[in-house]
Each structure stands twice: as C-alpha cells, then as structure tokens.
Design a protein around this ligand. Structure first.
Ligand SMILES: C[S@@+](CC[C@H](N)C(=O)[O-])C[C@H]1O[C@@H](n2cnc3c(N)ncnc32)[C@H](O)[C@@H]1O
Length: 248
C-alpha cells in the first residue's frame, strides 16, 4: 500500500507524530521563548502542529517541509483554521532537497523524528546547522537505545545496530560538531505507549469504517508485526528524546 497512506491511517489521531507527551510539548514551546517574527524551519513537519502552535504562542513565521501529500494537506488545513492570517508556508518536498530562499538562515531549525532524511543523526545535525543563524537553535528528535538491542529484535525489525545509539552519543555527536546541547526532553513509557498504541486504535477504526479497502489485509499484517515488535522488544530497548542545541 502507499507508504504515506499507511502513515496517514496509523497516525490519524496523533497531534504530534512522535512520542512527546502534551505536557512535554507545552514545556518545549515555553522553553523556546521566541520573539514575534522569529523564523522557524521544520523539516519533516508532519501535520504542522509545532509550527502552528509556535505561531499561536509567539507569532513566529516559518516554513514546514514534508514529503507526505496527506500531511501537507493537513498542515494547510490547520493553518487555515487556526492561524490563517499568519506567515507560514508548507511545502510538499523531500526535506533533503529543501533550499532556503536566498540562503536564509533561520532562528530555529528542527527535524523531529525523521533523521533518515539526512541519512542519520549526525547528518541531520550538520544539515540543520547550515540553515541556522549563529546563535540560533538546532533541534532534533531522535531515538536512542535504552540497552543493547537483541540480535533477534534487529533481525525481526530489519534494522542494524547503527539505526540508533545511546542518549549520551546523541548529545555528544552534536557537541562534537560545535553545537552546545542546552536541554533534552526524554519520553517515558507512558508517552511511548500512547504513541504506539494509538496507532493500533486508529487502524482498527479505519478498518471498521472502510470495510472494502483492498489495502486492509496489508494494513492488518503490518500492524500485527509492529505490535509484536513493540511489545516483545521495542518497549524495553528503545526510547526517544528531543535534543535542543545552540548553534555557536
Ligand atoms: C515520525 S513523523 C514526525 C513528524 C513531525 N516532525 C512530528 O514530530 O510530529 C516523520 C515525518 O517525516 C516525514 N518524512 C519522511 N520522509 C521524508 C522526507 N524524505 N522528506 C520530508 N519529510 C519526510 C513523514 O511524512 C512524517 O511526517
């Protein structure tokens, strides 16, 4: 089935497509303490909640880039409904291909939960840093291993060990290229459970209301596999954090 349709269905009820709780997300927005007109770039912006929330809170302006036509449609609708007269632009594009107009440097550049766009964590930090002004913020949402992943898990999930690293390494990789880590927001088990299991519910609701969709069988199989991976291994092996760095 179409990859972006799959994510659209599985994340139908998610406000953020990442395991940050509402409480932590509010703390994140408070901490940024931006000025009116600050320029924010969100690569792989999902449904645009971060940018729209920052517009509501600070009247920032910004750009969101995402490859999914479903999510860009949601972003534009959200912008129209909640912040229509504000300066936000949403672009459907592979984030790796995004070039800021006239080499603009943003006050805040982020990529939450999509570091494959720039190959990996360090690639993301490097790419974001190039688009951030001196003194601006570079923000990345990234998984980390809670403990050494079992080979069985890696095989079942078709992953290699270098899919992730430790929490410390996630911080150190940024600091090694000259960024200063200011703060981290680490998800807990409840946050992960909410993020993962809300997908099970969304899939069930979708199938109940789209009985004739030819993709249903594949959707069920994928969900069954993800459920098993999470319950048997993932829940105890992997976690996720948002890392806020200052560009010197
Ligand atoms: C885990 S979600 C995170 C979304 C959003 N940052 C959030 O935290 O709510 C990953 C996002 O990456 C987007 N994505 C995947 N590959 C991409 C690419 N090559 N370029 C831009 N966006 C991409 C997906 O459409 C999805 O919105």
């Amino acid at each position: 089935m179409d990859r972006w349709k799959y994510y659209d269905i599985t994340h139908k009820y998610h406000i953020l497509c990442n395991p940050l709780s509402n409480e932590k997300f509010e703390r994140f927005c408070d901490l940024l303490s931006l000025s009116k007109g600050s320029r924010v770039l969100d690569i792989a912006c999902g449904k645009g909640e971060v940018l729209v929330r920052l517009v509501e809170k600070y009247r920032i302006s910004g750009v969101g880039v995402d490859i999914s036509p479903f999510y860009i449609r949601d972003c534009k609708e959200k912008h129209r409904q909640r912040a229509s007269k504000t300066d936000l632009t949403f672009i459907e594009l592979d984030g790796a291909k995004y070039q800021p107009a006239s080499g603009e440097l943003f006050d805040v550049v982020m990529c939450l939960g999509a570091s494959w766009v720039f190959e990996d964590h360090i690639g993301t930090l490097r790419a974001l840093r190039k688009m951030a002004r001196p003194g601006g913020l570079v923000i990345v949402g990234e998984p980390f291993w809670l403990k050494e992943p079992d080979t069985e898990y890696l095989e079942a999930a078709s992953m290699t060990h270098d899919f992730s690293r430790s929490h410390e390494e996630n911080v150190c990789q940024g600091e090694e290229i000259g960024l200063n880590c200011l703060y981290t927001l680490v998800s807990n088990k409840d946050d992960w459970d909410h993020y993962e299991t809300l997908q099970w519910w969304a899939v069930d609701n979708y199938i109940q209301s789209h009985r004739d969709d030819p993709d249903n069988q594949e959707l069920l199989e994928k969900t069954k596999m993800e459920k098993e991976l999470y319950l048997r291994w993932g829940r105890d092996i992997i976690n996720w954090a948002v890392y806020i760095f200052r560009n010197p």
